[in-house]
Ligand binder design. Structure first.
Ligand SMILES: NC(=O)c1ccc[n+]([C@@H]2O[C@H](COP(=O)([O-])OP(=O)(O)OC[C@H]3O[C@@H](n4cnc5c(N)ncnc54)[C@H](OP(=O)(O)O)[C@@H]3O)[C@@H](O)[C@H]2O)c1
Length: 267
């Protein structure tokens, strides 16, 4: 198959690209770094030539409902229009468990994205996953002030981005399935505790201060609204296993410090 991966240079997109190649597929990466702008559609018609399925894991660094909704509606419309023109038969989108229970800020934008995919004319599959293990690291980057690390309190069930990438490729290989089973990690965790474990494992200095952030998405996460229901598929890798792998890789690369990945918003 020929699979295009929108956001294929990102946290989960890189894994989806690897998995698709391991499965023997031809892969096209849609990202600005590869000459395709999903917000304007520039480069899309050429990139989608001969593509059978598109996996959309594009993302932006904003928690504003207005900014994020503008991004996800523009990118989804441009993708679906270009897919129709190119004869692509399957659009696979990644969303987040609980966006309907807490449709605020960034989550409102994800809900708008889901609605556009569902009402679009390209046969579709939507997978909702819980927060990635990398979420703790993204928050650590975003909420470190000087040497103080603010760690939001929240109940989450983090999942390995690699396993989300695997599931997305499996879904793209099959027929359009509508709503796929949610995918969640193996165990519930406290987000502030994960940030603390990450700081300790990576040797970053400074205190970790648990905080109850007042924003509605975080209030909803404290109430457990980002947790999956009983029917969710459950991933294998725990946060501690991911952290051990991540720490070993970072130690080999640069002496154990957290990598310079860009700070990203709560997702
Ligand atoms: N993070 C989580 O915990 C989590 C959990 C569940 C679901 N999700 C969902 O997973 C998806 C991917 O998230 P992520 O954290 O993997 O994203 P990410 O690491 O921020 O990567 C974003 C990707 O989008 C591309 N991109 C951004 N703007 C673009 C544009 N205008 N045109 C083309 N490409 C563009 C980026 O490449 P360029 O910069 O080169 O353009 C990059 O490849 C999102 O839909 C998110 O809602 C995330």
């Amino acid at each position: 198959m020929k699979i295009a991966i929108a956001g294929g240079t990102g946290t989960v997109g890189r894994h989806a690209v690897d998995v698709a190649r391991e499965h023997g597929h031809e892969v096209v990466v849609l990202a600005r770094a590869r000459g395709v702008d999903l917000t304007t559609g520039a480069g899309l018609p050429e990139a989608l030539r001969g593509v059978d399925a598109v996996i959309d894991v594009g993302n932006l660094a904003s928690t504003s409902a207005k900014t994020a909704t503008a991004f996800f509606t523009a990118t989804t419309r441009n993708l679906v229009d270009a897919e129709l023109a190119a004869g692509v038969g399957h659009h696979v989108a990644l969303s987040i468990v609980g966006v309907d229970r807490a449709p605020y800020g960034y989550y409102a934008a994800k809900l708008a994205q889901e609605q556009l995919v569902e009402s679009g004319r390209v046969p579709w599959t939507i997978l909702r996953a819980t927060q990635f293990h990398e979420f703790a690291e993204q928050l650590l980057h975003a909420l470190t002030m000087g040497r103080i690390h603010l760690a939001p309190k929240a109940r989450i069930r983090p999942v390995a981005a690699r396993e989300v990438g695997e599931r997305l490729v499996e879904l793209a290989e099959g027929p359009p399935a509508g709503r796929a089973r949610d995918l969640a990690g193996p165990g519930e965790e406290q987000l502030d505790d994960l940030v603390g474990r990450l700081v300790e494992a990576t040797g970053i200095r400074g205190p970790v201060i648990p905080v109850a952030l007042p924003m509605r998405p975080f209030r909803a996460m404290r109430r457990g609204e980002a947790l999956p229901g009983p029917d969710a598929a459950i991933g294998r890798q725990t946060f501690d296993e991911w952290l051990a792998d991540r720490t070993a890789a970072a130690a080999a690369a640069d002496g154990g410090r957290v990598s310079g990945d860009a700070a990203r918003p709560p997702a």
